[in-house]
Design a protein around this ligand. Sequence first.
Ligand SMILES: Nc1ncnc2c1ncn2[C@@H]1O[C@H](COP(=O)(O)OP(=O)(O)OP(=O)(O)O)[C@@H](O)[C@H]1O
Ligand SMILES: [Mg+2]
Length: 235
Amino acid sequence: MIATSAEQLEQIFAECQILEKDGFGPKVLESKDGLVIYKLFRRKRWFSSALLRPYAIRFVANAKKLEMLGFCTISIREISCCKRPAYHLVAYDKLPGISLRDYLDGLGDKAEAVKDESRAQVFASFGEMIARLHNNGVYFRSLHLGNLLWRECGDFPLIDIADMRFYQRSLTPAQRLRNFHPLLKRTIDHYLVDAASWELMIKSYLEFAAINSQQALRLGPKLTGLAAGLESRKF
Ligand SMILES: Nc1ncnc2c1ncn2[C@@H]1O[C@H](COP(=O)(O)OP(=O)(O)OP(=O)(O)O)[C@@H](O)[C@H]1O
Ligand SMILES: [Mg+2]
């Protein structure tokens, strides 16, 4: 890990475009040439679990594990650390593609038939992708539409990967069910995931999930139930 300073961080702020920020300042930046993404991990509290296992270290380790399991994700270029102020900075390659959320949002302007077909394609392959994660023992705590990219080839590169747990076995049905919760946590996503798309995603998920038919029979209605009232939650 490379040591860095507050001055070097200021320089990156000055030279890059800010993609995301929070109350503490910029947190995701893109280099001017569009090739590199910088993600800043600040330690906000004096004592936190991040002190023992910084999120930046988890982020880098998770990228390696995902790659070993055959998932598409970011390629780390560099990780650096500053003591004062306390932060880590991870530099990684910018991947082609837009977030799944932005892609679905963009469909809003298209004709109904195109929209329906594209949605069906997205949600069917998304269900398969989630099943693949779960079959491989990956619990992606931040599983939501903004944390994966959409690409025509359907490989859904995972980009926001600090918060994950890897098991030696595939996930249990209870873990599988729980991991769908974050997908509907944000109200903005209720505009983008309608009940029919959700159903398509679940159908495809169950087709690819490595669970027996009894488990699938019990899990299916519970997964469908998570989206109950989705239509009415739309504004
Ligand atoms: N490797 C990448 N390739 C392309 N775009 C990326 C990449 N990494 C991040 N982005 C863009 O930056 C946005 C924010 O990234 P990310 O989800 O990692 O940050 P965040 O959600 O703000 O962070 P956090 O959830 O940790 O608070 C993404 O939605 C995407 O548009
Ligand atoms: Mg994110």
